[in-house]
Design a protein around this ligand. Structure first.
Ligand SMILES: C[S@@+](CC[C@H](N)C(=O)[O-])C[C@H]1O[C@@H](n2cnc3c(N)ncnc32)[C@H](O)[C@@H]1O
Length: 261
C-alpha cells in the first residue's frame, strides 16, 4: 500500500536539577501511515482516523493524549521504501554522480544493470528520460514494482544485455553497476554524446582497475577520477559531540570518465 502520511514524535529533553544536566526523556519516533480510513496504532497510543484527515503540519493527538506532528510524504519518503534485492547504489554515491555530471531535467541517461532500480529510480526524479538495461526477469519484475510505487513515467525498462550494445544515441550519462563494466566501453563510445559522462560503480578494486585500464586505452574517453565517498555521521548530544561510533560502512568505488571525441 502507498505511503499516505508521516507522523513524527520529536525527541524530548529536560534539564534534571539533581543531575545538573539535560537528559532525553522521549526518543524521536517516525510512523508511516498507509491507510487513512483506519485508526492508526503507535506506541504513543491509538490515533483516531479523523485526526489523520488534518492538514500538513497539524499536531494530532492519540487517544492517550500524546502529541505527534503529521505531514504528507514527498519523493524521498516513498523512495526510501523501495524494495531491494541486489546491492543498491546508496544515496551518498548517487549524490556524487549527480553533482559530478551535472545532469538535469533535460538529460537523457542509460543505466545498467537495473538491479533493484535504486539508482535509475532516483535519477529519474532528476532527468528527462532514463533507459535501464537488465537481463534477469526477477529484477525486471522488482524494478517494475518500484517504478509503479514511485509513479515514475520517464523510465524505459529494457530486458537487454548491455554487453551486446546500446541502442540509444546522444546520451548525456551512462551509469554502470555490472560485473564486467569494461565490456560496455565500446558501446558507450557510440551512445554518449561528445562531452557525455560514463560512470561505473564497482565494489571491488580489481574490477575498478580493469575498467580504468580499458577507459584509458580508448582514444574517445578521458579518465577523470575514481572516488570512494565517506559519509560520517556525527552524534550531537549537548556537549557530547563526536562521530557516531557505529562505523563507516564501505559501499563502492565510483569511476568517472568523459567522452571527448
Ligand atoms: C548490483 S545490481 C545493480 C543495482 C542497481 N544499480 C541499483 O542501484 O539498484 C547488478 C545488476 O546487473 C544485472 N546485469 C548483470 N549483467 C548484465 C548485463 N550484461 N546487462 C544488463 N544487466 C546486467 C544483474 O542481473 C543485476 O541485477
Amino acid at each position: 500500500m502507498a505511503l499516505k502520511k508521516i507522523l513524527i514524535r520529536k525527541e524530548k529533553r529536560e534539564f534534571i536539577e539533581d543531575l545538573q544536566k539535560e537528559v532525553r526523556i522521549a526518543k524521536k519516533r517516525i510512523y508511516y501511515v498507509e491507510d487513512l480510513e483506519k485508526d492508526f496504532h503507535t506506541s504513543e497510543g491509538i490515533i483516531p482516523k479523523t485526526e489523520l484527515k488534518k492538514k500538513d503540519g497539524s499536531i494530532i493527538k492519540t487517544k492517550q493524549g500524546k502529541e505527534l506532528i503529521m505531514f504528507s510524504p514527498c519523493f524521498i519518503d516513498h523512495y526510501k521504501r523501495i524494495q531491494r534485492k541486489a546491492q543498491i547504489v546508496l544515496l551518498k554515491d548517487i549524490g556524487l554522480i549527480i553533482a559530478e555530471t551535472g545532469i538535469n531535467k533535460n538529460s537523457t541517461v542509460v543505466d545498467a544493470g537495473s538491479g533493484s532500480g535504486a539508482l535509475c529510480c532516483f535519477l529519474a526524479n532528476y532527468v528527462n528520460k532514463i533507459y535501464t538495461y537488465e537481463i534477469r526477469d526477477d529484477f525486471i519484475d522488482l524494478v517494475k514494482e518500484n517504478i509503479n510505487m514511485l509513479e515514475l513515467k520517464n523510465i524505459e525498462l529494457k530486458k537487454s544485455n548491455i554487453y551486446e550494445g546500446i541502442k540509444e544515441k546522444n546520451i548525456d550519462l551512462i551509469t554502470l553497476d555490472l560485473p564486467e563494466p569494461w565490456k560496455v566501453i565500446k558501446h558507450a563510445e557510440k551512445a554518449l554524446k561528445i562531452g557525455g559522462f560514463l560512470v561505473s560503480y564497482s565494489t571491488s578494486i580489481p574490477q575498478t582497475a580493469d575498467f580504468v585500464d580499458e577507459v584509458r586505452k580508448s582514444d574517445k574517453f578521458l579518465f577523470l577520477k575514481t572516488s570512494e565517498l565517506i559519509d560520517r555521521e556525527w552524534k550531537i548530544d549537548g556537549r557530547r559531540i563526536r562521530p557516531k561510533s557505529d562505523g563507516i560502512g564501505f559501499s563502492g568505488f565510483i569511476t568517472f570518465a568523459r567522452r571527448i571525441r
